[in-house]
Every structure is written in structure tokens, then in C-alpha cells.
Ligand binder design. Structure first.
Ligand SMILES: [Zn+2]
Ligand SMILES: [Zn+2]
Length: 165
């Protein structure tokens, strides 16, 4: 389960809303596979595709983060997308060729956030940028007030806390 925030416009008939979420949901194994698949196909970034070619046992962190732009204050959420490789110098390291744990009920394989922390080390962070102004961003867990106005009608946006699966 993850936490998040909904930014909503309260103007009647406008109904603009945007979700900002952080954490790992119940569907994480699917999300993980989707992110890895997209990265292999070159739909995430060139760096990620190259990374997986160079490190077939590498993994990408598919946890969601909330980011805030340092320049314009814009909030958005995205996958973490940092790149990890197995810890080689550790007795806990997975045997060669072992890429992930099987997800028992589904027969799928993925690397859980727990396993990522325990068995993998950070190889390269992925720098996110503001989708509005390309500015640098910080990870945040909390969204209080937004100065941003509704992009549809220009009125105030209201922030509410949410939990997601
Ligand atoms: Zn920005
Ligand atoms: Zn609006």
C-alpha cells in the first residue's frame, strides 16, 4: 500500500484532478515487470536500455515517488527508475543467473523492494526533471499546499490525502 495526494479543482463542472502517489502497491509485481519490459524496449530512456543490455541481471526500481520542482514548485509522481546491480561481494548475493524471486501465486518473477534493498546495490541514479520547466526536482513524501492553479480554469487546487493499493 502506498500513500498519496489528490490535487483537485473544486470548481463545479471543471473536475480537474491529478494524483500524486508514493510507495509500492499491491500490484507491484505487475508494475515491476511492466517497467522492466518498457526499459528493454527502449520506452523508458536510452540509459535504461543500455543498462539492461550491459547488466542482464540488473534491476530498475519501480517504486513510485512524488517529486517537486525546485524552480516552479510543480508536483508530479513517477517511478523511481534508479538502476541496481546484484551485490557481488556478499554471501547473500544471488547465485549466478538467478535474476529474481518467483511470485508464488502468479508464477511471475520480480524483485521485491525488500530484495532490492538486501541483495542489490545502487549502480546509477536516474535524474528526474520537471515535466513543465525541465528544472531539477526533489523527492518529497508530503504535499501540503500547492501554489499551482488549476490548468483548466485557473482556480485554486485543493489537496487531499489518499491511500492506494
Ligand atoms: Zn518546474
Ligand atoms: Zn478547474
Amino acid at each position: 500500500m502506498g500513500i498519496g495526494y489528490a490535487l483537485e479543482c473544486k470548481t463545479p463542472f471543471c473536475r480537474y484532478s491529478r494524483l500524486l502517489v508514493t510507495g509500492v502497491g499491491m500490484r507491484f509485481s505487475f508494475v515491476y515487470q511492466e517497467v522492466m519490459e518498457k526499459a528493454r524496449k527502449g520506452e523508458v530512456s536510452e540509459e535504461h536500455t543500455q543498462f539492461l543490455q550491459d547488466h542482464p541481471d540488473g534491476v530498475i526500481n519501480a517504486k513510485k515517488n512524488i517529486y517537486q520542482c525546485r524552480d516552479c514548485g510543480y508536483y508530479f509522481s513517477d517511478y523511481n527508475l534508479d538502476m541496481y546491480i546484484p551485490k557481488g561481494d556478499n554471501a547473500d548475493a544471488p547465485e549466478k543467473g538467478r535474476r529474481s524471486v518467483a511470485f508464488p501465486s502468479e508464477g511471475m518473477s520480480y524483485v521485491s523492494p525488500f530484495e532490492l534493498k538486501k541483495r542489490y546495490k545502487l549502480y546509477q541514479t536516474y535524474p528526474h526533471h520537471c515535466p513543465k520547466c525541465k528544472g531539477e526536482v526533489d523527492v518529497t513524501e508530503e504535499v501540503k499546499d500547492v501554489s499551482e492553479k488549476c490548468p483548466k480554469c485557473g482556480k485554486e487546487l485543493k489537496v487531499s490525502f489518499i491511500l492506494w493499493d
